[in-house]
Design a protein around this ligand. Structure first.
Ligand code: BG6
Length: 299
């Protein structure tokens, strides 16, 4: 394990090697089961995850630019320290920065792990005057597990929002349902009044952009067209955002194909409202584990 590793110092024959997404350096993780994932250094962004059956679990737009400083459309963008719009760039500062390779390992149970970090530098401090260190640990096994740590390395407290803005691939959004949000309070970003979610299953027939707070730790996406259920298990991340741009918004997004809204749904896990306060020297940890199940399997 090497704290200041270069990218190639992370490589483990047969398990961890180089990949590239357009012009962006990336790491490929391979698990003994045949599952694979890709992790771009920019944004510590997981751009692909395939199960042992080779099927893509994550959505990645064919129109995404893989260009330094430009957000990637799809996969798992890391949102920090601001969710959505605000004084900082949309979704914060982490998703467009080059993160640093820190370490890699094959765990005793066979999980393949890569860890990247982002520390505040002069340019980041000019935008957001709070010294911090982020670490994202990606573990590939029969699940994909993402652990995000935020450390306050300064001398004053700060408050932040953080999220894993995951784009899941679905066979057809018209049949997809998100389960596990009933009873949670929501705020709607499209102008509907806030309320309490009553639906056991959220289905999609229009643009959806909603923040659910205080959500129980297991949420599922049912995709009857693919006969698949995607189980999302989170820890330390009380909030969930569900987003699909639908027809008109998809047309406005130049890095999303006009029809691609049909094959994606974002179910984002994070700590958004209220923001997390972090004292100097303290560390916050949020974790999300994704597991693909066949329909009918317990989960
Ligand atoms: C979601 C927001 O998390 O991200 C939406 O709730 C936003 O409002 C979407 O449109 C995509 O954001 P971006 O910056 O990646 O286009």
């Amino acid at each position: 394990m090497n704290r200041e590793a270069r990218l190639d110092a992370l490589f483990i024959p047969g398990r961890l090697g180089p990949a590239a997404r357009g012009g962006l350096p990336a790491i490929e993780l391979r698990h003994a089961s045949g599952a694979r994932a890709e992790l771009a250094l920019q944004g510590a962004h997981v751009t692909a995850w395939q199960g042992a059956d080779g099927a893509d679990r994550l959505f990645l737009s064919r129109c995404s630019r893989f260009q330094a400083g430009v957000p990637i459309r799809g996969g798992v963008p890391v949102v920090f320290p601001q969710f959505g719009a605000g004084p900082l760039p949309q979704h914060g500062l982490a998703r467009t920065r080059a993160w640093r390779p820190v370490r890699s390992a094959v765990e005793a149970d066979g999980a393949v792990v890569a860890v990247l970090a982002l520390e505040s530098d002069e340019a980041l401090l000019a935008l957001w005057p709070h010294p911090f260190r982020l670490e994202l640990a990606v573990a590939l096994a029969d699940t994909l597990s993402l652990s995000l740590a935020v450390e306050n390395t300064g001398t004053k407290p700060f408050a932040f929002q953080a999220a894993l803005h995951t784009y899941f691939r679905v066979s057809d959004i018209a049949g997809a349902r998100v389960i596990g949000l009933a009873g949670s309070a929501f705020q709607d970003f499209l102008g509907k009044l806030p309320g309490l979610e009553r639906r056991e299953a959220l289905a999609f027939d229009a643009e959806t952009d909603r923040l659910f707070t205080g959500v129980p730790d297991v949420v599922r996406i049912e995709d009857p067209g693919a006969r698949r259920v995607l189980r999302i298990e989170k820890r330390g991340m009380p909030d969930v955002v569900v987003w699909n741009p639908w027809i008109d918004k998809a047309r406005c997004l130049e890095d999303l194909g006009d029809n691609e809204y049909r094959t994606m749904v974002c179910v984002e896990t994070g700590a958004i409202r209220p923001p997390i306060g972090l004292a100097p020297g303290s560390r916050w940890l949020g974790r999300t584990v994704f597991r693909a199940l066949q329909e009918g399997a317990p989960g």
